[in-house]
Design a binder for this molecule. Structure first.
Ligand code: AMP
Ligand code: ZN
Length: 482
C-alpha cells in the first residue's frame, strides 16, 4: 500500500483503510466569498493526489468536501455574534445577495478544480444546506455534556471534556492563553476561555440565520465539517486533509466535536499540505500578489503548468512559486505532450514494468512527486526503451500525475515518411512529366501506388501522400518539379 505523513502521530504511516477495498477521505473546502488563489488550489490538489494514488491501488475512494457559504466570520470573531460573515460582507461590497455571491464563487471554484484536473468529490455539501445536520450534532454534544447554551442563544463546546485536545497541533489546553483565538478578549458567557461557538445566537441578524431549539442564529465554522463528515462518510474516516494553517484551531476543534459524538477516534489520519509563497512573499490582497488560476491563462500558460509545478515539490515543503517556474513547467508539459503524441505513432509495446514500479513507488512514499517526475524524465531519455513502451508508461502514469499528457495525440498528423525507393520514383516521374512522357508518368504512378504512395498532380507540381493515410488526413507532401 502507500504511506503518508500523519500530523497527529508525527510520522509517516502506512495507510490501510478501515473498510477493505475502500478509502474515505474528507477535505476541508473553500469559503465561497472570493476566487480561490493558486495557494488554495495546492491544498485541494493534495487530496486529489491521494485519491488518484489510492485508485491506482484499486481502492474505491469516496471524498467529501464542504462548501462554506455561511458561518465563516471575517475576523473569526466569537465575541460579536453580529460579526461580519465573509460571504455577507462580500455581498455588500459587490451589491449582490449572499446567495448570488456564494453560488458565483462556488462555480468559479469548481471550474478551477476542473482546470487543475482535480477530480470532483463524491459529496460536496454546502453549509447552508446542512443546517439540520449541524443542529443534530450540536444537540448530541449538549446531551453528552460537551456543550452548553448561553443566555444569548449561543452554544459553546467545552474542550475540557475532551482529553485529547491539542494532539494534532501540539496546542495543549493548559498552555493556551485567554484571547488566543482572537485579539480583543473573550465572550463573558463562556465558561472557559478556550471554549468555541458551535452555534452563534444572532436574533438581530436578518440574513443567513436559522431557527433552532436554542434561538435564532448561525453555525460556527468548525461545526459544519464534523456534521458533514460524520453524515456522508460515517464515524470512521481514513484520511482528513487540509492546508497546514487548519491544524489549529479548525482541525483540533473538529476532532474534539466528532470524537465526542462518536465516542471514539473518527479520523484515522490527519494530512496537511504546506503553504505556497509567490515570488518570495505570502500571497495577500494587501501585498497585491494574489495569483489566480485564470492569471495563468492570460499569460498563455496551461493551467496544468500549475499542477506540474506543484508536483515538482513535495506537498510538505513550503513552495516559492514564480512566473519563471510556471513558464518552465508549461514548456515541459508541451514537450511531454508532443513526445506522447509522437510515441503514439509507433508500434504498441508493453508498459515498462520497472519504470512504472519506480514511479508508483515514489507516489507511495508520502507522495514523493518530485522523485516520480525524475523517473519520468529518465524514461523520456532512455534510448533502450522502445517508443511504444514509453507511450504506454507515460499514459498509464497520467492516471496518477493528472497532467493530461495524451491530449495532443492525433492533433497534429505525424509527418508522413516516404518509403525507400519512392523518392527515386518520384524524381523519375517528375522528369517523365517534364518530357511529357505520359505513359511513363502513369507507369511510375502505379509503381508508387504499389509502395503505398498516392501521387496527385497539381498546378505546383506533383504532391504525394501515404495511400489511405491513417489518421493523417490532409497530410500531403510536395516534391520538386513535375
Ligand atoms: P481559506 O480560503 O483561507 O479558508 O483557505 C482554503 C484552503 O487553502 C485551506 O485548506 C488553507 O489551508 C489553504 N491555503 C490558504 N492559503 C494557502 C497558501 N498560501 N498556500 C497553500 N494553501 C493555502
Ligand atoms: Zn474543515
Amino acid at each position: 500500500m502507500f504511506s503518508l505523513y500523519d500530523t497527529r502521530y508525527r510520522e509517516q504511516v502506512t495507510i490501510s483503510p478501515a473498510r477493505s477495498g475502500q478509502l474515505r477521505m474528507y477535505t476541508c473546502g473553500p469559503t465561497v466569498y472570493r476566487f480561490a488563489h493558486v495557494g488554495n488550489l495546492r491544498s485541494y490538489l493534495l487530496s486529489d493526489l491521494i485519491r488518484r494514488n489510492a485508485e491506482w491501488h484499486g481502492l474505491a475512494v469516496t471524498v467529501c468536501q464542504n462548501i462554506t457559504d455561511v458561518g465563516h466570520l471575517a475576523d473569526d470573531s466569537e465575541i460579536d455574534p453580529a460579526g461580519e460573515d465573509k460571504v455577507l460582507a462580500q455581498a455588500r461590497a459587490e451589491g449582490k445577495t449572499a446567495l448570488e455571491i456564494a453560488r458565483f464563487y462556488e462555480d468559479a471554484f469548481r471550474a478551477d478544480c476542473n482546470a487543475m484536473n482535480i477530480r470532483p468529490p463524491e459529496y460536496s455539501p454546502r453549509a447552508s444546506d446542512s443546517i439540520g445536520l449541524m443542529i443534530d450534532l450540536i444537540g448530541k454534544l449538549i446531551d453528552g455534556g460537551h456543550a452548553y447554551v448561553t443566555d444569548g442563544g449561543s452554544v459553546y463546546f467545552d474542550p475540557r471534556t475532551f482529553a485529547g485536545y491539542g494532539e494534532i497541533s501540539g496546542n495543549r489546553l493548559a498552555d493556551l492563553k485567554p484571547g488566543h483565538r482572537f485579539e480583543g478578549g473573550v465572550d463573558p458567557a463562556k465558561r472557559f476561555h478556550a471554549d468555541w461557538a458551535l452555534w452563534k445566537g444572532a436574533p438581530a441578524r436578518r440574513e443567513l440565520t436559522w431557527e433552532t431549539p436554542w434561538g435564532t442564529g448561525f453555525p460556527g465554522w468548525h461545526t459544519e465539517c464534523s456534521a458533514m463528515s460524520l453524515h456522508y462518510l460515517g464515524d470512521v474516516i481514513d484520511i482528513h486533509t487540509g492546508g497546514i494553517d487548519l491544524r489549529f484551531p479548525h482541525h483540533e476543534d473538529e476532532r474534539a466535536q466528532s470524537d465526542s459524538v462518536a465516542g471514539h477516534e473518527v479520523v484515522r489520519h490527519w494530512v496537511h499540505g504546506e503553504h505556497v509563497l509567490f515570488e518570495g512573499r505570502k500571497m495577500a490582497k494587501s501585498a497585491g500578489n494574489v495569483v489566480l488560476l485564470t492569471d495563468l491563462a492570460e499569460r498563455g500558460l496551461d493551467p496544468l503548468a500549475l499542477r506540474l509545478s506543484y508536483l515538482e515539490h513535495r506537498y510538505r515543503q513550503q513552495l516559492n512559486l514564480s512566473w519563471q517556474t510556471l513558464t518552465a513547467a508549461d514548456r515541459t508539459l508541451r514537450r511531454w505532450r508532443a513526445q506522447v503524441a509522437d510515441w503514439a505513432n509507433h508500434p504498441s509495446r508493453p508498459m515498462c514494468a520497472d519504470y512504472t514500479a519506480r514511479i508508483t513507488g515514489a507516489f507511495d512514499d508520502d507522495l514523493d512527486t518530485p522523485a516520480a517526475l525524475r523517473v519520468l524524465r529518465e524514461l523520456e531519455k532512455d534510448d533502450t526503451i522502445p517508443a511504444g513502451s514509453k507511450f504506454e508508461t507515460f499514459v498509464a502514469m497520467d492516471q496518477v500525475t493528472g497532467l493530461d499528457l495524451a491530449r495532443d495525440i492525433g492533433r497534429t498528423p505525424p509527418p508522413a515518411k516516404l518509403p525507400d525507393q519512392a523518392a527515386g520514383l518520384l524524381a523519375e516521374r517528375a522528369d517523365a512529366r517534364a518530357r511529357k512522357d505520359w505513359a511513363e508518368s502513369d507507369r511510375l504512378r502505379d509503381a508508387l501506388a504499389g509502395l503505398g504512395v498516392t501521387v496527385t498532380d497539381t498546378a505546383e507540381g506533383q504532391v504525394w501522400a501515404p495511400a489511405a493515410a491513417k489518421g493523417s488526413a490532409g497530410a500531403t507532401n510536395r516534391t520538386a518539379g513535375g
